[in-house]
Design a protein around this ligand. Structure first.
Ligand SMILES: [Zn+2]
Length: 154
């Protein structure tokens, strides 16, 4: 999943999660995205804030100390993502692979979960076709999340 910044024709900015840039383009084209503020279906992608080049800077001058710091941007993005995950995903800890599989096979309620998993468990999940992505690099354990929502297929 990827996060894209979007803007409606009224100027409201919001974020959307998509499988890929192609998926985003398709949903915009088919007017499948509505502004959460005003409901407008005329939306377009805008550059993410951390990808905007500095105004008036003719050429990159990485040694001046005032250029965007990719590490800082990654850190900020990591913080925002962690906060989002904390608020929207249930922490299942080391049972992640188990819970993801149960959801995948319909043995338990579909929901957003996060937790830790081993490389072996990840390989197994990939083999089973479970949708998940990794967030990193966390300081101690690797965090893995999955979203059970596949509303488009219903
Ligand atoms: Zn709007």
């Amino acid at each position: 999943m990827l996060v894209f910044d979007l803007q409606c024709d009224q100027g409201h900015r919001f974020e959307g999660w998509f499988d890929s840039h192609k998926d985003l383009a398709k949903q915009i084209k088919n007017k499948m995205i509505a502004c959460p503020v005003c409901g407008a279906e005329s939306v377009r992608q805008v550059p993410s804030s951390f990808a905007i080049a500095k105004r008036g800077q003719a050429s990159p001058r990485p040694n001046e100390g005032d250029s965007p710091d990719p590490d800082a941007a990654a850190r900020l993005l990591g913080e925002a993502l962690k906060r989002y995950l904390k608020e929207n995903f249930e922490d299942v800890g080391a049972k992640f692979a188990n819970e993801a599989l149960k959801m995948h096979f319909g043995a338990t309620e579909t929901r957003n979960i996060r937790g830790v998993s081993t490389p072996e468990e990840e390989k197994m999940l990939q083999r089973e076709g479970v949708n998940f992505f990794k967030v990193g690099p966390p300081p101690s354990a690797e965090t893995t999340v999955t979203s059970g929502g596949e509303e488009e297929d219903d």
